[in-house]
Design a protein around this ligand. Structure first.
Ligand SMILES: NC(=O)c1ccc[n+]([C@@H]2O[C@H](COP(=O)([O-])OP(=O)(O)OC[C@H]3O[C@@H](n4cnc5c(N)ncnc54)[C@H](OP(=O)(O)O)[C@@H]3O)[C@@H](O)[C@H]2O)c1
Length: 394
């Protein structure tokens, strides 16, 4: 039915390729392309049906254009790094191809976490008659769809939104990140930000915390407030929201190691000179930390990511919690990747499915909450990320 080009052969690319390959009735032809061809070939060899592979440098627009013209995909799922978003969007414009990603654009020297530079493409995508779907991972991604689902079915007005991301998995390593260490540490060491009464309020990194009692046998964990990009689009598209915050769990051990690395300058993105060569400390740190892909067979436990929404329905107060819990070992058994990659790759595949099957249609640049959440929620249940809902009030 449709041709999909997946760019990026890391942990998320691996899950996306597995999940697309499981749905031949939608993804009739699949190509996986990345900077290192052997990683694409390794993933292709795990699959039950043949897919094409290619080498591409996604920092190079003309290389991308040549590859796209050759394969002619209906849509691109970009799961390489956020540095490549604009290049791939440019290549999509040049070739008239639909675009999906899972993280907002960042420049290597500025972890800016904002959608402006991608939203600016709305008119050119619209004029070209193509669609860009931004942030089709779990958070952003499913959390946006959860919020849209809450609004559609249970609220006249949403007033407060708390997105809570818990990874209760244990990989037994002294210190490791669950996805690309460079992108992950840039996010965590940035200032926190939350939205209150029409204003963004900034906080010192991880300076606000509380305890949350998670379902699914996970229990109490400490959660830390930080900024996450979906807050920006959600308060834009649901203007009744008065307060929006994002929280993530970190273990004491993780924070202890991160604190030391920060204190000695190893998480800095400012280049330093070393033996006559410029190196970025964080990029060097990435090179010595465990590759997130190597954590797959080691990680045990579950994730639990969801949204708590407070607001009003028919004049009554409602508090609603919707979440998914994903088991690391089950994710690994199915796709060879742990649950953090799994919970990103499955929604990336479903986003492409929405687009190719025309359940979600549009010309321009869109965030996930701008479409009908129902078909996406159905597919989450069908393709490995079942969700649950609890009414805490109302
Ligand atoms: N929304 C969410 O919930 C969520 C959650 C987790 C991750 N993410 C996003 O998912 C993306 C992938 O994460 P990951 O953990 O899979 O990262 P990863 O394991 O580091 O994989 C990134 C892949 O991109 C490839 N790549 C990097 N630069 C490239 C370039 N210039 N051209 C072509 N390929 C290039 C890398 O190639 P090499 O192998 O040659 O290095 C690698 O295969 C990231 O953007 C991350 O922010 C989103």
């Amino acid at each position: 039915m449709g041709k999909v080009l997946i760019i990026g052969a890391g942990g998320v690319g691996q899950v996306t390729a597995h999940k697309c390959a499981q749905v031949p009735e939608v993804f009739s032809d699949i190509m996986l392309a990345s900077r290192t061809l052997s990683k694409c070939e390794q993933i292709a060899a795990q699959l039950k049906r043949p897919i094409k592979t290619a080498r591409v440098d996604a920092d190079n627009v003309s290389e991308l254009v040549t590859l796209i013209r050759d394969f002619k995909p209906d849509c691109i799922i970009h799961v390489a790094l956020p540095y490549q978003n604009l290049n791939i969007m440019e290549a999509c414009l040049e070739t008239g191809t639909n675009y999906i990603d899972t993280a907002n654009y960042e420049t290597p020297d500025n972890p800016n976490f904002c959608y402006d530079l991608q939203w600016k493409y709305h008119d050119s995508f619209k004029d070209r008659g193509i669609m860009a779907l931004l942030g089709s991972g779990f958070d952003p991604g499913v959390t946006n769809v959860f919020t849209a689902y809450a609004k559609k079915h249970y609220f006249d007005e949403m007033h407060e939104l708390d997105i809570i991301d818990c990874n209760a998995g244990d990989h037994g390593q002294p210190f490791a990140t669950n996805f690309n260490p460079e992108i992950n540490i840039r996010e965590i060491t940035s200032n926190g930000r939350f939205y209150e009464n029409g204003e963004w309020k900034e906080t010192e990194p991880l300076s606000l915390s509380r305890t949350y009692d998670f379902p699914e046998g996970i229990g109490e964990k400490k959660i830390y407030m930080m900024f996450h990009e979906e807050l920006e689009s959600l308060v834009k598209h649901f203007p009744s929201i008065k307060r929006a915050r994002f929280w993530m769990t970190f273990s004491d051990n993780y924070l202890k190691h991160l604190g030391v690395l920060q204190a000695v300058g190893m998480t800095s993105i400012k280049p330093v000179e070393y033996q006559g060569q410029e190196i970025v400390p964080l990029q060097f740190l990435k090179a010595v930390l465990p590759d997130p892909a190597s954590l797959g067979p080691l990680t045990k436990g579950k994730t639990c990511i969801g949204c708590i929404v407070k607001g009003i329905k028919s004049g009554k107060e409602v508090e609603y919690y919707v979440y998914n819990s994903c088991d690391h070992e089950e994710a690994f058994k199915e796709t060879g990747s742990q649950a953090v990659s799994y919970t990103t790759g499955v929604p990336a595949m479903i986003g492409a499915m929405m687009l190719i099957t025309k359940k979600w249609e549009g010309k321009g640049v869109f965030n996930m909450e701008e479409f009908d959440p129902d078909p996406f929620m159905d597919k989450l249940n069908q393709y490995g990320l079942p969700w649950k809902e609890i009414f805490l009030k109302g």
